[in-house]
Design a protein around this ligand. Sequence first.
Ligand SMILES: C[S@@+](CC[C@H](N)C(=O)[O-])C[C@H]1O[C@@H](n2cnc3c(N)ncnc32)[C@H](O)[C@@H]1O
Length: 224
Amino acid sequence: MTGPAWYDRAGPVRDERGRERTDETRRGYDEVAAAYAERFDDELDGKPLDRMLLDLVAHSVDGVLADVGCGPGHVAAYLRDRGAAVVGVDLSPHMVEVTTRRHPGIPFRAADMRALPADDGEWGGIVAFYSVIHVPDLSAVFREFARVLRPDGTALVSFHVGDEVRHVEKFLGRTISLDFHFFTRPTVEAAMAGAGLEPRAYLERRSYPAEVETTRGYLLARRA
Ligand SMILES: C[S@@+](CC[C@H](N)C(=O)[O-])C[C@H]1O[C@@H](n2cnc3c(N)ncnc32)[C@H](O)[C@@H]1O
């Protein structure tokens, strides 16, 4: 990756599509949780398009809005501050600890996004910013999103646009092993549609100066 990077990339860029590395992903985010929170907690200040989309979701969703793959919880806090009833879920228990300390008013839980801590139809909306990028099989993710969303519920998912997997072994000064899966719009839309989530809108933007230089995709979908 070029541009101002938020990690020091030591590993090679390689195509490893289909590899499932949940344990390494959990360990990686456990390792960087505190540094990640320091680095990204105020990032929405410099992301007007992201804020616009989050405003839309915060004001249109009825019921509980879940931040899935919430990381340091800044997106959940932003949504809460706009009146949404928010919960957060993340794979990394340490990330959840750090995040709970930073945002004590929001319930955060450690769980895999393919086995969410919610009953069928319990949630009104899901926001998943740059978290599905660690799960190669989007079908399993969106089947679970469709299960926990009520009919007409909303999902807003963001990802890096492309068709590759970037492997990272240095992240925020720590040694980890993370795969970042890029997805094309048709891939994400097909996985959504196959799971009963109707894609309704797609927005693509270039990276902001402080971000890793990738094209960013945002898909808004409705649970059929
Ligand atoms: C790149 S960070 C994004 C965090 C936050 N959403 C943001 O926008 O900054 C990816 C997050 O997704 C979480 N994650 C990765 N795989 C996951 C999974 N299978 N289930 C739940 N969370 C996962 C990671 O632990 C990490 O906190």
